[in-house]
Structure formats: C-alpha cells, structure tokens
Write a protein that binds this ligand. Structure first.
Ligand code: FES
Ligand SMILES: [Fe+2]
Length: 422
C-alpha cells in the first residue's frame, strides 16, 4: 500500500534514495499526489483562440481536452465518452462543432453537453441527458495565458500553487511588446526511457552544462568563455522560488557582459529595429532595455513546465522509466523579427537532430540505466550546501550556477507533497 512508504526516510537534505526513480509503488503515489491532486501545466490559451478550438492533453495519466466553449471560454474536460468510456477525441488539435464517439455514435457539443445518440428510444423514457455531459476538470487556473489544471475539487489554491513563481511567467510574457506569448506553432515530442523527475531536476541543473553540452559549447564558440563555470567567474545564479519552482538566472552574466540580446545569440539591436522600437514604445526605454538585457526565464514550474528561454517544454510521465517530453518555440506576440529566428533556434536546440535536448535525454537514459545498480543506495546532492544563501535582492535561496540548490529545492517540495498525502 502506498501509504506505507516513508518518504522522509528516502529524502534527506543532502541525498536521495535510488528507489525513488525505479519503484512502481512510488510512481503510483506520484501520479496520485502530484499529478492528479496537484496543479499541472496543460497548455496555453493561444492554442485555442476560437470557439470550438480544442487541444488534446493529459493530466498525469488521464486524457483531457482543452476546449474553447461557446459560453464559458476555455474549459477542460476528461477525454472519455460518458457511455462506456471510449477515448472521445484522438486528434491532437483542431476545431470542431461536435465530437462523436466512434464506438456507438454518442455525440457531444463543444460545451461538453451530450447532444444525442443513434436509436435514442432504447434509453428509456426517464433518460437524463444532462447527467451524461463530459466530465469537467474541476479546477483550472490561467496566468498570462498559461493554463494549469487540477483534477482535485479541493486543495491548494491556484494562487498559492504558483506563489512568487508567477513572476517567471510574467518575465516570459513581458518580453512581448503586447505582453503575450504565443504557443501555437505546434508541439514536437521526444519519448525516452527515464524517470520523469530527471527532467525538472536537470532543467535547472547548472552543473552538467560544461560536460553534457561540451560539444554544443564548442560549436557555438562558448567553450572557452566563463559561461556556466563559476570558478572562471560566471555570476549566473540558481534560485529556489519555493513550491518546487526553480530557476537558473543568466541575467547577472548578461549584465556583466553589458550587451543586450545575449539570450538571442548576441544579435545586434540594429538587426531587430522593429522589436526594439515596439518594446520601448510599449514599456518605456528603461524598462524595455532591462528586459532586452535580462532575457526570458530559464525555470521550472513544478512539476511539468519548463520555461526554457525561447522554448517551452512539458512532459507526461509514462512509467517509472519512461517519459514523453513536448516542446515548442515560445513566440512573442508583436515580435516577428524574434519569432522567425526563434523557430529555427528551437529546431537547433531541441529537435531530434539538435544538440541540447537530445544530449539531456541521453544523459537521463544513462542515469536511469545506472540507477538499476543497487549500490551505492544514495544519490549525492550536497554540492553548494555550504555556500547557498538567501539573496538580499530577491529574498530567495540562491547560489552559484553549478550548485545543487535547485535539486534540493525540488526534493524538499516533493517530500512535502508526498508526505502530506501518505
Ligand atoms: S462508448 Fe462512446 S458511444 Fe459507446
Ligand atoms: Fe542540459
């Protein structure tokens, strides 16, 4: 029984137990406590701008549909026919007037209501269509267009869940002169054989970059710079935003270098005249210059959203040793000069023929294989414990770029969620 797992015996401040990545009973607890009871990222309003637009997603293991309904805007429904449970919609995304189940032909409107069925006479006279509308996901929260959902009727509020990390979503949207990102370019996916936790752990791990991504750093001419190496003087910071949300903040390095758009390949502002003008027009020169200097966030919103600078990724856990990760370019509304190149940049960084994401996926698979070895029982997470500190400017627990402060923050929150539910 899952209630018997003593998570506090498996998670210590400086180490975590290997079984956390391979035990099916722990995976089952995680689906329930983190993915089904908690809040997870599901999509963005720009994917369903018009009435009838839909996008197929999952919350943990459960299939759902994001639907732009005629009367109530964006809602989420479980993607399950209310007759005998068939998966109602199999298309990834589109626009519909109705959904008809292929099994016995029950048909549902785009507000989720049951419209009709073949040979309705057989259902009996007191048949109540209303009770057979699609099941609705009980709680949906939207911030700056990012849609999150919880399958639990009660629990932590959306505001409490996001906490201060809403600033990270703001930082992404505020790079657009219109204050909105656009995630409608379409999602590509990688399926790989690793435990899902390796994604949020790795995505704000600044320690692996110089080794795992050595070839990328060489190809882009960054290998000899101080980037990602605090011993050479990279002032970038890692941060614990609370609630399992973590960040790798490169802005201190960009500011030290004193050049805007280092987050965009160091492009000269002269090559982005319309974007620079639109940002200054929208926000004033000082604020716009700051944003163009600091760039987009590189952060995890617990458990499954990765704000990966000009990319967005999320994932579905499949089993203890399998995960599917989705990614799309983060386009900025009102910024065509940025967007045209952002799409190419996503292909270069995240696509199957790229460096960055395949290198991380490869490391995650090797990690999973290594963890099949039973000894040593523990993974060591003590790096930087002696030097992390609460940063005076942000009030957040922070440390230098190569420390494991973010990993410890992830596990601290994981322990609190898993122990609460045990
Ligand atoms: S299961 Fe959908 S109509 Fe029967
Ligand atoms: Fe990486």
């Amino acid at each position: 029984m899952s209630a018997k797992i003593a998570y506090d015996a498996l998670i210590h401040p400086d180490r975590v137990h290997g079984s956390l990545y391979i035990d099916p009973a722990i995976f089952k607890d995680e689906m329930e406590n983190i993915f089904h009871k908690g809040w997870v990222f599901v999509g963005h309003v720009s994917e369903v701008p018009n009435v009838g637009d839909f996008a197929r997603r999952q919350i943990g293991r459960q299939p759902v549909l994001i639907l732009h309904t005629p009367r109530d805007g964006v809602k989420l429904f479980l993607n399950r026919c209310t007759h005998r449970g068939n998966l109602l919609c199999t298309r990834a995304r589109g626009n519909a007037n109705s959904f008809t189940c292929p099994y016995h032909g029950w048909s549902f409107g785009i507000g989720g209501e049951l419209r009709g069925m073949p040979m309705p006479g057989g259902m009996g006279e007191d048949f109540d269509k209303e009770g057979l509308s699609l099941a609705e996901v009980p709680r949906v929260g939207i911030h700056r267009g990012f849609i999150f959902a919880s399958l639990a009727r009660e629990g932590m509020s959306f505001d409490d869940y996001l906490g201060d990390a809403k600033i990270l979503l703001d930082r992404a949207a505020d790079l657009s002169p219109e204050g909105e990102v656009d995630l409608s370019a379409g999602w590509l996916k990688h399926r790989f054989k690793a435990n899902w936790k390796m994604l949020p752990e790795n995505n704000t791990d600044g320690y692996h970059v110089v080794t795992t991504h050595a070839s990328l750093l060489r190809a882009t001419g960054v290998a000899d710079s101080l980037a990602f190496n605090d011993e050479k003087g990279d002032p970038s910071l890692i941060r614990d935003w609370g609630g399992g949300h973590t960040e790798l903040d490169f802005a201190p390095r960009y500011r030290m270098m004193g050049m805007p758009f280092l987050w965009f390949g160091g492009t000269s502002p002269k090559k982005l005249p319309n974007y620079v003008a639109a940002m200054r027009e929208a926000y004033g020169e000082d604020v716009a210059n700051d944003r163009m200097m600091d760039g987009p966030p590189h952060a995890i919103i617990f458990p499954n959203l990765f704000l990966a600078e000009l990319n967005i990724t999320y994932f579905y856990p499949v089993s203890t040793n399998e995960v599917v990760q989705y990614y799309t370019p983060m386009l900025l509304k009102g910024a065509p000069e940025i967007n045209a190149r952002a799409i190419r940049q996503t292909e270069g960084a995240m696509g199957p023929g790229s460096f960055l994401l395949p290198e991380d996926a490869c490391m995650a698979e090797r990690n999973q294989l290594g963890l099949e070895a039973q000894y040593p029982e523990w993974l060591d997470l003590r790096r930087g414990m002696g030097r992390e500190h609460v940063d005076a400017a942000s009030g957040l627990l922070s440390s230098v770029v190569s420390d494991e402060t973010t990993n410890r923050a992830f596990w601290r929150h994981y322990l609190s969620v898993m122990s609460e539910a045990a």
